[in-house]
Design a protein around this ligand. Structure first.
Ligand code: 17E
Ligand code: FE2
Length: 418
């Protein structure tokens, strides 16, 4: 039936339980009492309803390559990850990449994700990763919204012809321009890459998502230049700085000035807490840095910041399963965001803030007129969701269930457990 009424829905920061009417895959009305005859009724039993989880930063072309011959990353550093990937990527095919990526997408969907931004490594003259991602974006679009970044993993300049390949990726249909300035061979080349990224974004009218300052080196300050250029061009809201680890090591007086300008541009931030706590701080003995950007301070300053998965079993990170609740749990611990108010608000980091980063605002959110996409958490409210790391018990896309889990049943054997 195309018309459905979901009853007893607990919406974020709304005390009274709501009813949600959907028709032909679109939210019609959300209010405490809806009279709508002739529709299927689904009882959500007071569970917390959220817009779907968003994973705004993952490398779907890398997933499940960690165990490949020669891919082992002995130092656990970003730079060895890039080296191992470079040495083992030559035998990839479109079909093989797609087969791995589909397993990862299924995992993400099963955890309540419906919006993904993936990087596709374009430092490969045949652009195999990008071709695979373009096919997936189209083939899976009814189940999951995918954006693609034309990303030069081995450098725009450090890799010969890298810049041209990034541009070719945009011509072929990538949604965003990527870059990796901290990996270029000299600071000047990193700066040049930032200029080039902004120019390409303007030329092709695309968003920007840069792997920016993914290092503990406090001298790595490409964020400052990226922010200045997009501020002057007025495209800050379409721009994302991913990782920005060195900003977490920067001197406070520097950070104070930069924070003000970040606020002006509207730049978005993505932090990948599980990967960066693992990859960074590797040259430190003790004390050892956490490697995360200033998530708490960005959040407090009203700058848009979100969390992402980044890796699933690749040369950079051996774990990862697409469960954004796990990423959030790690992230709020590492970023020390656990006042009761922060706990109540932190679900934004894996939902609306990610959607804002991806510029999804017209198609995302539980509001009349928008596509009826939402998830049901196995929790009564935000606090319980975070403290119990609640499972996603159902995911609804365009008004239809992607999945619905039966409640877990226990056989209680012991009086104390009753
Ligand atoms: N590539 C990169 O440059 N940084 C990362 N964290 C991953 C891939 C996973
Ligand atoms: Fe990344």
């Amino acid at each position: 039936m195309s018309r459905k009424k979901f009853i007893n829905a607990k919406l974020k920061s709304v005390n009274e339980l709501q009813e949600i009417l959907t028709d032909h895959g679109v939210f019609q009305e959300i209010s405490p009492r809806i009279s709508a005859p002739d529709c299927e009724i689904i009882d959500l039993q007071g569970k917390l309803i959220l817009p779907p989880y968003v994973d705004p930063h993952i490398h779907l072309d890398y997933v499940f390559t960690a165990r490949k011959q020669g891919a082992a990353n002995g130092t656990g550093t970003l730079f060895e990850g890039i080296q191992r990937w470079s040495e083992t990527k030559s035998d990839l095919t479109v079909d093989e990449i797609k087969a791995r990526a589909i397993i990862a997408v299924k995992k993400e969907l099963a955890h309540g994700v419906q919006f993904i931004r993936t990087h596709a490594d374009v430092t490969d003259p045949s652009l195999t990763s990008l071709k695979a991602m373009l096919e997936l974006r189209e083939e899976l679009k009814d189940l999951v919204t995918i954006q693609i970044v034309s990303f030069p993993q081995e450098g725009m300049y450090a890799y010969k012809g890298g810049q041209e390949l990034v541009e070719e990726g945009l011509k072929m249909g990538a949604d965003c321009v990527g870059g990796i300035p901290h990996f270029e061979l000299a600071r000047e080349f990193g700066e040049q890459s930032i200029h080039s990224i902004v120019n390409l974004a303007l030329k092709y009218d695309r968003m920007i998502d840069v792997h920016c300052d993914e290092t503990d080196d406090v001298q790595s300050r490409f964020l400052e230049l990226l922010n200045a250029l997009v501020l002057m061009e007025g495209i800050g809201k379409k721009t994302t700085a991913s990782h920005t680890c060195s900003f977490g090591s920067a001197d406070n007086s520097y950070a104070f000035k930069l924070m003000k300008n970040l606020k002006k541009s509207g730049l978005n931030f993505i932090s990948c807490p599980t990967e960066n706590i693992y990859l960074q701080g590797r040259q430190d003995t003790y004390p050892k840095r956490r490697g995360l950007t200033r998530v708490k301070e960005l959040f407090e300053n009203g700058i848009n910041v979100c969390f992402a998965q980044d890796s699933i079993q690749d040369p950079w990170y051996p774990l990862g399963n697409g469960n954004l609740m796990n990423v959030l749990d790690n992230g709020i611990h590492i970023a020390q965001m656990m006042s009761f108010e922060e706990i109540d608000r932190c679900l934004d980091l894996i939902t609306v803030n990610g959607a804002k980063t991806m510029n999804l605002t017209n198609s995302y959110g539980i509001e009349a007129g928008k596509p009826a996409n939402f998830i049901v958490l196995d929790a009564k409210n935000e606090f319980e969701a975070v403290s119990e790391r609640a499972d996603v018990s159902a995911s609804i896309r365009n008004g239809e269930f992607l999945f619905k889990k039966a409640p877990v049943s226990y056989e209680i054997q012991n009086d104390f457990m009753k």
